[in-house]
Write a protein that binds this ligand. Structure first.
Ligand code: APR
Length: 323
């Protein structure tokens, strides 16, 4: 008889998830079900994180893991986390401009990052709150962490969405498809088609340029398409899965090549900005920013994307936040 694989988990690894909303709670579920770490869920709403932690705890026996999950409103309970993930923020409501959203979430992310890192000074910080590239920059400024320990989740999600739409078009399993989407998270993302392959075959050999353009457009609107259907709230399963992949790459020290929002210091001709590029992720965070050869058009698209991020950053700096 095969022995039952009943192994008590090593409980020393811990993740703090700031914001116990849809992305945060789904991430907590994934992290514990995959047995990656214990989870501390923190939210500003009283009792909400405790309720979610209790619900997830009641599923432990069913899921067969032994990870501890606690919910709290107190940053002290997040102490000594290996990774801090920030999903706290408000979603864009009808009538709210992008600028208003930016101003509100900037204050939330700044305070959340600073409070969490005060209790977990050795942590790696992953930002998920939108607008992602700006929030990641602010979190870095607010915490003064080395830049390799601050990153944002976007490229993995954008690449996964492109992978999905190619898979649906070709009828090929998504995990047979490798995609590479750079740039800012949102309308200005930059898919690098020459690095996108199906079983190692470039997609340009399998799809005509009109079809590729249509799939890129759908990828650009991947989040908006979900919002439109959902009506209240935005996507959370794929964002949580994308974050979980990054968490796994870091905790398992995979040195895995993923697209993440990271600090650029000359790569792709850009400096002092957080934007999505391929990096190797391991136990120390961003181990290497990988510079790929890009076409002139792709380079220009990256510059345009960076310009949009800089404009938003400028707006945030004008708020006079204590950075
Ligand atoms: N401190 C802690 N938690 C906060 C704070 C704060 N100052 N402000 C808001 N929150 C919490 C909210 O109470 C809520 O539970 O953040 C949570 C956000 O959850 P949701 O509204 O469900 O949003 P979600 O779908 O999880 O998205 C979170 O991820 O993908 C991005 O664009 C998305 O920015 C958004 C973020």
């Amino acid at each position: 008889m095969t022995p039952f694989p009943y192994v008590l988990a090593d409980s020393s690894t811990r993740i703090a998830i700031i914001g116990a909303g849809r992305v945060g709670s789904t991430l907590a579920q994934q992290v514990t079900q995959k047995n990656l770490a214990d989870v501390v869920l923190l939210d500003i709403v009283p009792e909400l994180p405790s309720a979610i932690a209790l619900d997830l705890t009641q599923a432990k026996g069913l899921e067969g893991h032994h990870r501890h999950i606690i919910g709290t409103n107190n940053y002290e309970d997040t102490a000594n986390s290996d990774i801090v993930v920030i999903t706290a923020g408000v979603p864009r409501k009808p009538g709210m401009s992008r600028d208003e959203l930016l101003n509100i979430n900037a204050k939330i992310v700044l305070q959340a990052a600073r409070s969490a890192i005060a209790h977990s000074p050795k942590a790696i910080l992953i930002v998920v709150t939108n607008p992602l590239d700006v929030m990641t920059y602010l979190a870095w400024k607010a915490t003064k962490l080395p830049s390799e320990r601050v990153l944002g989740m976007a490229g993995v999600l954008d690449s996964a969405r492109f992978q999905t739409f190619i898979s649906m078009e070709l009828g090929v399993a998504p995990d047979n498809i490798s995609t590479m989407v750079l740039g800012g998270h949102g309308d200005s993302m930059v898919p690098l088609t020459s690095y996108c392959t199906v079983g190692g075959v470039p997609i340009t050999e399998l799809l005509d340029s009109d079809t590729i353009a249509r799939l890129i457009e759908r990828t650009r609107n991947g989040g908006a398409e979900v919002v439109k259907l959902m009506k209240t709230g935005s996507a959370y399963f794929a964002p949580a899965s994308s974050t979980c992949l990054m968490v796994d790459a870091i905790l398992s020290n995979q040195s895995r090549l993923l697209t993440a929002c990271t600090y650029l210091q000359g790569e792709y001709g850009l400096e002092d900005i957080f934007m999505g590029v391929p990096c190797r992720l391991g136990r120390n965070g961003v181990e290497q920013v990988v510079s790929l050869a890009v076409t002139d058009a792709e380079q220009q698209a990256l510059f345009n994307s960076a310009q949009l991020i800089r404009e938003q950053l400028e707006q945030v700096f004008q708020m006079g936040l204590d950075l």
